[in-house]
Design a protein around this ligand. Structure first.
Ligand code: TRP
Length: 336
């Protein structure tokens, strides 16, 4: 038998997050924690999607602070700049450039059907700008520039990933294999975290009741207090069941963090009340978030070091992005 020396190339993953404030425990357990884990298996690229953020009006100083903040948080969570490419979208001009090209291969009709566009047009009726409309073409550029095999996205972004695939296929049909057509990445165990106050609704940082959500940067006392106040039901047993949305949610959270199964959790709390259980979940979440908050505070206090990371990330991203952009420009007929 002959030995093979070829190393198997890792599959590529890309995803982005908008700088729209501190993510919740739901964002963490549902998405960000998976990003961290994916670094072992995949060649990962993660970006702060700040170009997307200005499709709705932003306060400049606040936006800048939120960009720093989410970038620092990505690092604090365990995204590793040595293994993954971590950058800020607006610092890699190829995104805007490819976005223009792709928008000429995207139909007015298909963008009009995007549910997020319809929703945001309704909620920002005084500012239905062209950027809001063209948003999916920019997102397609974000993705296709890096030729990823997989794109982890939540349910709300599935339609945008679908159109990115359609655009890639359309472009490839005209010009040959320019873009990898990416697949959605469905995590093996992605927790869907519900509001602590209304467990039939998804946990959201735009919840007017701050007790409904836990922010990744909430301090220990706040986390525990919010879990102590979590809405449950009139039964007493800690187990998964119908009509027990609140308890089911707490079990899901506890399971996502500890890795324990529902059965193990039910056994652990046999004979104990909801009060004990809520306290235990609160303490477990607080323990998990504490090191993230500590690391975040160090990173955000040192803007110089942060800058070293994001500049390096942008350079690495641009090397890849430039290649794809040039390929697309050539195919279209531009002079390089
Ligand atoms: N639109 C996504 C959101 O609002 C963020 C995003 C921008 C994104 N570009 C992307 C996600 C590319 C995945 C891939 O959540």
């Amino acid at each position: 038998m002959c030995e093979t020396t070829a190393t198997v190339e890792k599959k590529k993953v890309l995803s982005c997050i908008q700088p729209s404030g501190v993510p919740t425990l739901g964002n963490y357990l549902g998405a960000l924690k998976n990003w961290v884990g994916m670094q072992d298996e995949f060649d990962c690229t993660f970006a702060v999607a700040d170009l997307h953020a200005i499709t709705v009006r932003q306060e400049p100083a606040k936006l800048r602070q939120q960009i720093y903040s989410i970038y620092a948080l990505m690092l604090a969570l365990g995204l590793d700049p040595n293994r993954s490419t971590l950058f800020i979208q607006s610092q890699v001009p190829e995104h805007a450039q490819l976005s223009w090209i792709l928008s000429c291969y995207t139909q007015f009709g298909e963008l009009s059907r995007m549910t997020q566009f319809k929703d945001k047009s309704a909620s920002h009726a005084d500012n239905i700008n062209v950027g809001l409309f063209a948003y999916p073409a920019l997102m397609a550029a974000d993705i296709l520039l890096y030729q990823p095999d997989f794109v982890p996205v939540g349910a709300d972004q599935k339609q945008h990933l679908e159109i990115a695939r359609d655009i890639a296929l359309r472009f490839n049909r005209l010009y040959g294999d320019v873009f990898t057509v990416p697949e959605p990445y469905i995590p093996r165990a992605g927790a869907r975290v519900m509001s602590l106050q209304n467990p039939t609704k998804k946990m959201s940082k735009s919840d007017p009741n701050p007790n409904g959500y836990v922010s990744i940067l909430d301090d220990r006392d706040t986390v525990i207090r919010k879990f102590k106040r979590a809405v449950t039901d009139s039964q007493t047993q800690v187990c998964v069941g119908e009509g027990k949305d609140g308890v089911n949610n707490l079990i899901g959270i506890y399971s996502a963090i500890t890795g324990k199964s529902e059965e193990e959790i039910a056994r652990e709390f046999e004979g104990k009340g909801y009060g004990d259980f809520k306290l235990a979940v609160g303490e477990t979440v607080a323990d998990a978030l504490a090191p993230i908050r500590t690391r975040y505070n160090e990173l955000i206090a040192d803007k110089k070091q942060l800058e070293v990371y994001y500049r390096e990330g942008a350079l690495r991203a641009e090397r890849v992005a430039r290649k794809t952009l040039c390929k697309a420009m050539k195919k279209v007929g531009f002079v390089l």
